[in-house]
Design a protein around this ligand. Structure first.
Ligand code: AMP
Length: 118
């Protein structure tokens, strides 16, 4: 069984967060340590630790994450200028919280996605 993280407690409202949206499949809240004017996390209510743990039955949930990302971007007023959606996985992806989450980051130019080594 996957171990619950702080995100499960935010989803179940056991601990507070700045929740922007919640439905039967996903919860959206502001990142506690934002890197841009808009930085929110779109999180499945079901505990899926990493992208490696996704099952075919999760397709609808994963699709909902993108549909909700579009809505939140619009609500935040950043749709036209653009933004970035990021899902980190594992050590090399620098995933810190083992409950899948999609970062929605925007509100300023973000530059290149990943720094080149050379
Ligand atoms: P990642 O490196 O993709 O696992 O990102 C984890 C993100 O969760 C980081 O950007 C953290 O700032 C954020 N985070 C950790 N704890 C909380 C919390 N209690 N409320 C909101 N965001 C959090």
């Amino acid at each position: 069984m996957a171990e619950e993280t702080i995100f499960s407690k935010i989803i179940s409202k056991e601990i507070p967060a700045d929740v922007l949206y919640q439905d039967d499949l996903v919860t959206v809240f502001r990142d506690i340590n934002p890197v841009a004017p808009t930085h929110v996390l779109i999180v499945p209510n079901k505990l899926i630790p990493t992208v490696n743990d996704i099952e075919p039955e999760d397709e609808v949930t994963l699709g909902r994450m993108l549909v909700v990302a579009k809505k939140i971007a619009r609500d935040e007023g950043i749709s036209d200028d653009g933004y970035r959606l990021i899902i980190n996985c594992g050590d090399h992806g620098h995933q810190e919280v083992m409950h899948i989450h999609m970062h929605l980051v925007g509100g300023r130019p973000l530059g290149r996605m990943i720094k080149r080594e050379t």
